[in-house]
Design a protein around this ligand. Sequence first.
Ligand code: UDP
Length: 472
Amino acid sequence: MSHRNTAAKLPAHILIFPLPSQGHVNSMLHLAELLSLSGLHVTMVLSEYTHGRLLRHGNLHSRFSRYSRFRIATLADGLPADHPRVGERIMDIVLSLKEVGGSLFRKLMESTDALSDGGTRRRVSCLIMDRVLSFALPVVEEMGIPYVYFRTISACSFWTYFCIQEIIDAGEVPLKAYQEWKDLSGDATFCRVDDINDTGFQTIKTETKRTTTAKALILNTFEDLEGPILDRIRKHIPNLYSIGPLHAHLKARLELKGIESSNHSSSFWEEDRSCMAWLDSQPENSVLYVNFGSVTLLTKDELLEFWYGLVNSGQRFLWVIRPDSIVENDGNEVPIELDEGTKARGYMLEWVPQREVLAHRAIGVFFTHSGWNSTLESICIGIPMLCWAYFADQTTNSRFISEVWKMGFDIKDTCDRILIERMVREIMEVRRNEFLERARFMATMAKKTISEGGDSHSNLDRLIEFLKSTII
Ligand code: UDP
């Protein structure tokens, strides 16, 4: 059987392989749809676990049913189904895939079924892969298939990861002066490690340096937001495509083709839409939307500090707390004052259609963990942010949100009810308009960059041309 795509002048076949976590899968699916929209043949590689979650809670199949050249291939992540995949345990997926991923990926690449199109095997022309998945490299190199990295983080965080060796050489990591280095991408598995031989730390460091071996690098960001840092990265990786914000870019391209794009859920949890009616009944810009994303964990004590801070601030709040996000949850009774304060001004639920919530006229400020997707989603709507970073790239993002882009406050990882109350009041009652002006300006820039003639728009066109050229 021929493994070449030449016979019927078929389009290039792009394999997209995200790290199986919500944020990564969301942005890679946006890219997959953009490439499918341009007529490329796309196969998305999902872990069996992720695929199961998407089938249960997202609308993956109806979303992609219009693309006859879109396929899904699955492989195991090597962890038992009930293994926790949140908090710092997210690193377990990376380490497990490192163990088992190579042979599973090889099997997938050799499988006619997984990569077939109407019975005909389609040779992969290019692999687009997430950071820490280098176990795939020997397989594609052997097969002569080029690869491209798509890092789903901000350029500023990527740059931090990229330069970490220099910081180690300068003797600054492991962190000695915690206060000075607080804004580096940091968590127990990264810059705040006590031991630089830590496996997670070493993995991320080496994988980032390896980016230079790829044919290109794709980043979900845009020139008006991170231009100076993108220029620095280009000195090391000239073939860099900034094509974000991807969710908005996809929406714009669908609209250009007259395609309805409203229902795009790729949620791992069931979306609770009841908050939309509650938001409808709230005054304009009056609600603080609190959501710390798909990975963050809170201890019971932290939960109470946030809760007291929110209730005591006297502001209206919509607070999303994932069912699996509270550790050591002993199910104790909620203090009466919190219960009453929440009934009076708050609404709490487990998972929401975030982009729709952010776009609601009642939302005034986003209290976020500064995950990169959440940050971009807020930027595109022009909503100021109050940042509480949990880990990884979030500390760098929150620093940029407050100090560089001036779109909000960064409370770092401080979790104290008095501080939270004060910051919530300050941003909702005093500083919102000032941050709003900057946020709206950046939203305009985001809109411009994805429109025809904009940087991200033309970068995506260039990327598509490049991908087409990878066909053998
Ligand atoms: N999200 C959502 N509903 C929620 C919480 C999050 O749809 O209740 C989506 C959010 O819109 C974003 C993604 O989940 O696209 C979270 O990714 P992000 O990079 O912000 O953070 P992570 O979860 O990876 O820490």
